[in-house]
Every structure is written in C-alpha cells, then in structure tokens.
Design a protein. Structure first.
Lengths: 230, 230
C-alpha cells in the first residue's frame, strides 16, 4: 500500500476499493470480511463470485460488514459474428444490470469485447450498438455503465476499445448520465494522450471509476502477470 | 504469400523485401542466396547479422546476388538514465549510420527505446533529443532514418513511441527529408486512428517503409510469437 516503504503514517484506506479478482481464491464472503478487517471500505465484485448466490443477500452481507459495493465487474462482450450472438450478449448485459441492481452495485464495468478475425471497425460498431441497446435498461435500473478501455494487446479478442479517447468518443456519441468510463492504469499507462483525456473525462463528468495496477517489466503472461495492485 | 490460398497466378515478389530476422538462423550470406533464388528482390539486414563482417563487402555480395539492401535494422534506443548512457547511444547511432552507408542501405529503422521506471514523457524527450543529435550525420551520409512505432506492450523497455501519430509528430518537430516513419502492422493494427495517420504520412512524404506481420490469437510470448510473416 505504501510505495515508499516508509512506516511513518497509517495509510487512509477509506476511499480504497478492492476487486474480488485481486484476492482470488477468496469467496466474496471471505473477501468482504477480510477487506473490512483491514479498514478497506469498498468492494468491486467479480460476477463469477456471485455464482450460486442470491445477489440481494450477498449485497446485504457486504453492507452489513461495513463495505460499500462500488461496482459489479463485468458486462460487455457485445461483438459476435452472428445476429443471434449479438442478441444473446444484449440479453446477458440486461441480466447483469438486474444483478447489479439486486446486489446494490451502482456501477457495471464494461469490457467491451472483440471477435478475432472480424475487423476492429465492425467490432467497434457492434459495441456502440450493444451499449445503445442496453442503456435504457441501465437507466431504468439506476445502474451506471463504465466503458473500460483495455490495453491494445487485448484488441484481438477481449476489447476493441483500447484508448481512453475511444471510450470518451463512445460516451459523446450516446450522451447519458448513465454512461461513462472506467480507467485502469494497467491498460492505459502507455498512452501519450492519457493526461489530456483524463482531464477531458473529468470536465465531462464521465470518469466513473479508477483502477490502479502495476505493469511488470518483463511481463511474462499477457493475462495473469499483473503487478501490485491486481 | 497468397492469403486467399488460390494458386491461379504466381505472386509478384519483385517489390517484396524480407528481414533477415525472419529467417534466423540463416547467415546474411545464406539469406541473400535463398531470397534471390525465390525471386525476392529486397533484403533488410538485422545489424547483428553483420557481426565480424566488413559491411561494404557484405553489401557488394548482396547486390551481386541480385538483391537491393532496403534497410539496416536497427538504430535507436536513445533513452538512458545517465547523460553518459545517452551520449553512448548517440555514438552508437552514428556508427550504425556509417555501417548503413558502407553496406549501401539507404535507410535505418529506429526502435526508439525506453527506460523502465523512467517516465514515458522523459523517455520521449530523450528520443527526440537523440534523433535531433544524429540527424545531421544521417543527412551527411545519405542515410534516411525511419521511426518505427512499437506496440504499447513494449512501452516499458523497448520503445516509448507507440503510435503512428507519435512518430509523425516527431517528424513534424524535426522536418527533414532524412526523417520519416516505418510502419509495422504488428505494432499498429489495433489503433483506431491508423488509417488516417497512414494517409497523413503519405501526404507528408514520410512513409519510408511498411512491414507486414500477423498477430496471433492467442499470443503466448510477447517477443517471439509473431505470426506470418515475421
């Protein structure tokens, strides 16, 4: 928590939120108890951590331990190479919004998706169409959607949205108080336009979430070799 | 060579150039003989392939086999965390320019470099300073320098120039007929601004080289897992 290594003052963790994916293999119940014991006040729930659970019950349990649910992670994955696939993705995102509402999560992080072999332009169009299709449901449920740009090394199969500039352009295309961006420095640190884009997101009121995570040199696995914090 | 898989017409290889790094472990002599036998007319020489050789002699041998030397790869790596390190990099780039001139290579590809732990802004400033320092030597030797943007997954240690937009901005900062860009689709394919940037480079006369290379899904090694062509 303290990058300088000094022990002079206890860190203020009251605004820190930890993602359950960071503390795998803890269950969501175990994570909530341990984060709370450490003085952390926020939790982001990986959707798979809710499997076999009633989201509303889990949400109450989390709040009872003194934590706020900051977000549900993740929605998205809109592109598909068939119309049926794209319709299924939209249904799945509506279900994710319902789950967030039941959990009491005010925000869903969107990992937007991409289809290998399909042009990025096409995947990007399908992402915009998918978000437009689910945005009314999000607004009705009172759940915000945060587009998270992913590192360009994931543009083939995980997200065709790879810069904060692209994410912000999507928000400008569909202006809504329910649509914004989630910035993960792991995905965006290399971008020479990052500072000005963060400032623009701040001005436009669309900066919904910020995730801190180190990049390792060398990185030996493109998915599982993140540095602290995860 | 033929992406459609049809065999109707022999491919025209007269404008194709192959990089010796693609056909490791062949020596430069072996590569020249085999490329020529296959009807390829151009060769890019990896600098390490010249070790222990007289560049002028190797250049003659390549031309005698019917090939043109398209470029010498690579110069660059300008950033360093000490002034001595940066001065050494500039000396090394001047030596690389002399080697290109002796070889008869009209072009050097620049992999610009980055220092892990140093800010990207600082590395980027040192890259601009380094190029400015060697550009007069390149011009005097009649050797062009081509800035190659590298994929953002290499921004930590290999190059802080990660988009064609950044490379083009450097060229605009130091306008010279001896400074341009080399585009490798492996490094740039993910960029939503790629098409307009390529068009702008064309208009500005700075598009010096184009490298074709596939991205694999999944990519299992960040350095050594390129698809065809290498």
């Amino acid at each position: 928590m303290n990058r300088t290594g000094t022990a002079s003052a206890p860190a203020d963790l009251s605004r820190l939120c930890i993602h359950t994916a960071t503390t795998r293999p803890w269950t969501v119940e175990e994570a909530a108890a341990r984060y709370a014991a450490a003085g952390v006040k926020g939790i982001t729930v990986w959707r798979s951590a809710l499997e076999g659970r009633d989201a509303a019950v889990t949400g109450r349990l989390i709040r009872d331990s003194g934590l706020s649910v900051v977000s549900l992670c993740r929605g998205g994955f809109f592109p598909a190479d068939t119309a049926e696939g794209r319709a299924r993705a939209i249904d799945e995102n509506r279900a994710c919004i319902d789950e967030a509402a039941a959990l009491g999560a005010p925000l869903i992080v969107l990992v937007c998706g991409a289809v290998p072999g399909q042009s990025l332009a096409e995947s990007r169009r399908q992402i915009a169409d998918g978000i437009a299709a689910v945005l009314p449901h999000a607004s009705a449920a009172g759940v915000k959607l945060a587009i998270e740009p992913l590192h360009p090394m994931y543009a083939d199969a995980r997200s065709a949205v790879n810069t904060l500039g692209q994410a912000r352009a999507l928000c400008r295309e569909m202006p809504s108080p329910w649509l914004g961006v989630a910035i993960d420095v792991y995905h965006t640190w290399w971008d020479d336009r990052l500072e000005e884009e963060i400032a623009a997101c701040g001005r436009e009121g669309i900066l919904f979430a910020f995730h801190i995570c180190d990049w390792r040199t060398p990185t030996v696995d493109m998915l599982e070799d993140r540095g602290l914090r995860g």
